[in-house]
Design a protein. Structure first.
Length: 522
């Protein structure tokens, strides 16, 4: 056992960290696996039984495998107070310097905790247990607390918290697994969210309170967090991960989202400065495809990305040198003369972007009145603008555009929306998502349609040609060549080999392994 200064000091000052730790519960812990800095004694990947009673807490885990988060919170509080004093004395300290000082303070306080535990147990804590406590304190002070273990796992695609006791992970292979809670109470979970909001850099501070029960954040790793309180029975959190932050078209070919014919066609569309809208359902892969298309823009071309939260990461890909990233901002909760104070919408960003001598404008996701400015930019500019839009099928794209137009302003009309779409858009790329995980299959994401917008058709609706589409009669649900676009000379000048469109089966590397076909009722 290490020498313990507490052995000869039975009268601890009330309120001191030593006294508080001495009264905390005794625990033991399994060793931390070697080589994994962030590992905790509790194994976060052991799923909890999915058959537990709804509303009941998860089954209790072996106490020998549970970390003492009460001690973690006490140590974090002590470290936080000392860091605050240090920052007052040394204002302007960098984040890296704060973390370095934090590690030193954490190690010191964990040593105090370890000595107190040794007194209670009669045996020294292990080095692995001390390391686990220290890492948990560091994560709570500087990162995302117990959430961090899931954010560090590249196989986790989404994190769902339905009240503090119910945490679920979606994995990239389609599994959904229930895991241990990341907080011991709803209040603790809310405080973790407020800490994340305070520490989030590059954004205005965002609150979470009864007056403002919604919280949207971009986390340090680029994940998107949305939290809701009060209007739900508890604290509900959704975190969407971005496992393919810097994907390019060849990588999407390798993953089966495109074939090489589509790869070359879409590359030519971007280089020929065609206005492209990527459409699909939620989590279909629209943003991933948009990121890949951005890689086809010349690195010295000046363009802007407009987003509610940064998800395109064009300004972080070490490729583009002239990108102007712009992010919307939520209101601070106050309303002045009927206007949300401090709010900056995508519409606001759009009009400013039009004055910045840009060759293109890229909108991460069109979901509201900014559709008007987006299509105006497509009709007024040189072309090459890109955006994404939610729609469940290619046939409803123009109705979705008209719906957003009508919501934008009272004087907007459906016919105006159709006319702007017909004049501004060149191509619509539809990304399909087929989830067969519930029947023993996988989740498939692939481009299924490419539509060329050719003008106004009957009834004033935009007219399209299906350049790529599925051939269900062959059992092919992915996009294969169906016809040549009218703008094929423009694409040829951008380097596209038009002969590729003569192969009706495309260039997909392997059949799509669907378990259920359309003929069987897909």
């Amino acid at each position: 056992m290490r020498a313990n200064p507490l052995h000869n000091n039975p009268q601890l000052p009330s309120g001191s960290l030593q006294a508080r730790l001495a009264s905390s519960r005794t625990i033991t812990a399994d060793p931390v696996p070697s080589g994994h800095l962030g590992a905790l004694p509790v194994n976060p990947w052991v799923p909890l039984p999915a058959t537990s009673t709804p509303g009941a807490p998860p089954p209790a885990q072996d106490q020998a495998a549970v970390l003492d988060y009460g001690a973690v919170r006490l140590i974090k509080k002590e470290v936080g107070e000392r860091l605050t004093e240090l920052l007052r004395a040394r204002p302007g300290m960098s984040t890296a310097a704060q973390e370095q000082q934090g590690r030193h303070l954490i190690n010191t306080q964990v040593a105090v905790w370890s000595d107190a535990e040794a007194v209670k147990r009669g045996v020294a804590t292990s080095a692995a247990e001390d390391a686990a406590i220290a890492q948990a304190v560091f994560d709570l002070q500087f990162r995302a607390g117990r959430l961090q273990q899931h954010l560090d796992n590249t196989l986790v695609e989404n994190i769902f918290i339905n009240g503090f006791a119910h945490v679920w992970l979606d994995f990239t292979d389609g599994r959904r697994v229930r895991v241990a809670p990341v907080a011991d109470s709803d209040q603790e979970l809310r405080e973790l969210l407020r800490d994340l909001a305070r520490r989030t850099t590059g954004q205005a501070e965002r609150s979470l309170s009864t007056a403002d029960p919604f919280l949207a954040l971009r986390l340090a790793d680029g994940s998107r967090l949305q939290a809701v309180i009060d209007v739900t029975p508890g604290t509900y959190v959704t975190i969407r991960r971005h496992s393919m932050r810097h994907a390019d078209l060849p990588e999407l070919v390798d993953r089966g989202m495109l074939d090489t014919t589509l790869e070359q066609f879409l590359r030519a569309c971007v280089r020929a400065e065609k206005n492209v809208m990527i459409v699909g359902g939620q989590a279909a892969g629209k943003t991933t495809l948009l990121r890949a298309l951005l890689k086809e823009i010349d690195p010295d071309e000046r363009f802007a990305t407009l987003e509610t939260e940064y998800e395109l990461f064009a300004h972080e890909n070490n490729f583009h040198r002239q990108v102007v990233p712009m992010e919307a901002r939520e209101s601070n909760g106050e309303v002045v003369a009927g206007v949300a104070a401090g709010e900056i919408t995508l519409m606001d960003l759009m009009y400013r972007a039009l004055r910045m001598t840009l060759t293109r404008i890229v909108v991460g996701e069109v979901r509201g009145p900014e559709i008007v400015a987006m299509l105006q930019a497509m009709t007024n500019g040189a072309g090459g603008n890109l955006c994404t839009l939610h729609a469940i099928h290619p046939s409803v794209v123009f109705d979705r555009i008209a719906e957003l137009y009508l919501l934008a302003q009272a004087n907007m009309t459906e016919s105006l929306a159709y006319r702007q779409a017909a004049n501004g858009l060149h191509f619509i790329v539809f990304v399909s998502s087929v989830d067969e995980t519930k029947i023993g299959g996988h989740r498939h994401r692939f481009v299924s349609h490419v539509l060329e917008v050719t003008g106004i058709g009957e009834g004033g609706r935009p007219e399209t040609n299906t350049i790529f589409g599925p051939r269900p009669e062959w059992g092919e649900h992915r996009a294969v060549p169906l016809m040549h676009p009218r703008c094929i000379p423009d694409l040829r000048r951008a380097g596209f080999d038009a002969a590729l469109l003569n192969d009706p089966s495309g260039a997909w590397r392997a059949p799509l392994p669907l378990l259920v076909t359309e003929e069987a009722g897909l």
